[in-house]
Design a protein around this ligand. Sequence first.
Ligand SMILES: *[C@@H]1O[C@H](CO)[C@@H](O)[C@H](O)[C@H]1NC(C)=O
Ligand SMILES: *[C@@H]1O[C@H](CO)[C@@H](O)[C@H](O)[C@H]1NC(C)=O
Ligand SMILES: *[C@@H]1O[C@H](CO)[C@@H](O)[C@H](O)[C@H]1NC(C)=O
Ligand SMILES: *[C@@H]1O[C@H](CO)[C@@H](O)[C@H](O)[C@H]1NC(C)=O
Ligand SMILES: *[C@@H]1O[C@H](CO)[C@@H](O)[C@H](O)[C@H]1NC(C)=O
Length: 372
Amino acid sequence: MELLLRRLAVVVAVVALTAATAAEGYNITKILGDHPEYSQFNKLLTETRLAGDINRRRTITVLVVANGDMGALSGGHYTLPTLRHILEMHILVDYYGAKKLHQLARGDTASSSMFQESGSAPGTTGYVNITQHRGGRVSFTAEDAADSATPSSFVKSVKEIPYDLAVLQISKPLSSPEAEAPVAPPAPVNLTELLSKKYCKNFAGLLASNADVYSNINATKDNGLTLFCPVDAAVDAFMPKYKNLTAKGKAAILLYHAVPDYYSLQLLKSNSGKVSTLATASVAKKDYSYDVSNDRDSVLLDTKVNSASVTATVKDADPLAVYAISKFLQPKELFKVTEDLAPAPAPECSPGGLPPPPRSPRRWRWQLEVVV
Ligand SMILES: *[C@@H]1O[C@H](CO)[C@@H](O)[C@H](O)[C@H]1NC(C)=O
Ligand SMILES: *[C@@H]1O[C@H](CO)[C@@H](O)[C@H](O)[C@H]1NC(C)=O
Ligand SMILES: *[C@@H]1O[C@H](CO)[C@@H](O)[C@H](O)[C@H]1NC(C)=O
Ligand SMILES: *[C@@H]1O[C@H](CO)[C@@H](O)[C@H](O)[C@H]1NC(C)=O
Ligand SMILES: *[C@@H]1O[C@H](CO)[C@@H](O)[C@H](O)[C@H]1NC(C)=O
């Protein structure tokens, strides 16, 4: 019995490790970066934060258009939140390599898009009809397209990683009144007020007393921000060290608690990886990143100098997440790394940001067979 249990423990450990390392994700920004003819579309994927969403997914097809075909997508026609909806329409949550595209049963199919999955698309809007015409031409039409709208045609396959990612060029952006509808701007949030009300009054005070830092974080919050705010007791405990920092150090350590991307609690609980911070972007040649991992139901942040856990959610509503954490994070760029501090065996973290979930069940089973 005991032997069996021990063996089971080994299996569980190996499976856990596999889950953490199986992610050899791709980087859509890099893939499109090799094709300057799609640079505008690529830039929009980054600005709307969809690049990260694509990289975290498997089984996905991205419909891109060339710079000359961008139409209303270029030139400041739409606000960023509206552009996000439009581009979400161009991301199909299924894999359509060129081969599959030309072998559609019955000649047509409706695919769900990320817009449909986002919950912002009512009814069947958010679906994309894919039609194969006589002569082999394939076209794409948003389900809610006006009758007068002409379909977008398949031009060529840009990149295929079967059956994870397909990037296809289409002749022009999909037309969808629902996706193009103006998105109401997020309700204004007063960060100072938000943090002060729940757990993080002291941290709010530190931010408010540094105008540059405050305006940097404040300017990021409408386009994807995850803020880890140390609880009041943690700020009190850290104050002697904080006061000792130079003005630049103080600014850096405050920005270090802000990650310029939106991570829901659910995503943090199911992924491990390294995150960059606003300090990474504002202090030249310094890393200022840390590892995020999870252990059962808790989320851990590890800077290699100290570690903190998420203790409460202050706000979690795309594009802004604020989590209270147990300690003031100490960057290795400002404090000495303490080797023996390492908590439980740290899961391996991917250097390329939070990786996607494991790719296929087959991989897991294979690992199990090897071990047992
Ligand atoms: C999409 O396909 C469905 C079912 O095949 C059809 O009812 C609908 O009219 C199509 N929509 C467009 C815009 O082509
Ligand atoms: C935000 O709230 C704080 C505290 O309630 C207040 O002092 C500050 O004036 C508010 N800022 C804005 C821009 O409304
Ligand atoms: C914070 O950002 C909002 C827009 O989201 C803006 O209206 C406000 O003036 C900003 N506050 C400060 C203090 O920069
Ligand atoms: C502040 O800095 C001084 C000089 O570097 C050092 O001796 C002291 O221990 C520091 N205090 C704290 C609380 O870190
Ligand atoms: C993806 O590639 C771009 C361009 O090469 C790079 O700037 C970015 O840091 C990469 N993202 C990740 C998560 O590795």
